[in-house]
Design a protein around this ligand. Structure first.
Ligand SMILES: [Zn+2]
Length: 104
């Protein structure tokens, strides 16, 4: 019974950190501090990669500039079968299919 941390524990800890960082990121973005918001997303992504823990889908951010999605940072339109989101910071378009799979 040493102090070794197994994989499940690693991802649990990583998930808690990712959730917290993404929440902080959105908060900063909604206050207009996009740079700080992006930094939090960047840290969350690093943790995600290092621990091979996926960032949950509900945390939407721009894959190009890491701006988290908040009402102010993305323009949202509804397409036929998807939601089209345009990053207001860099113009990257993100399309999210809806009605499709519903997990959990
Ligand atoms: Zn962007």
């Amino acid at each position: 019974m040493g102090k070794r941390v197994n994989r499940t524990e690693v991802s649990e800890i990583a998930m808690v950190r990712i959730e917290r960082l993404m929440a902080m990121s959105r908060e900063q973005a909604s206050h207009g501090d996009i740079d700080l918001a992006r930094r939090y997303v960047d840290i969350a992504r690093r943790i995600s990669m290092r621990t091979r823990t996926k960032i949950p889908k509900e945390h939407i951010y721009c894959k190009n500039c890491f701006t988290p999605m908040t009402p102010g940072t993305f323009r949202v339109r509804l397409g036929t079968h998807r939601i089209i989101m345009v990053c207001a910071e860099c113009g990257t378009v993100k399309r999210i299919p809806y009605v499709k799979e519903q997990r959990r």
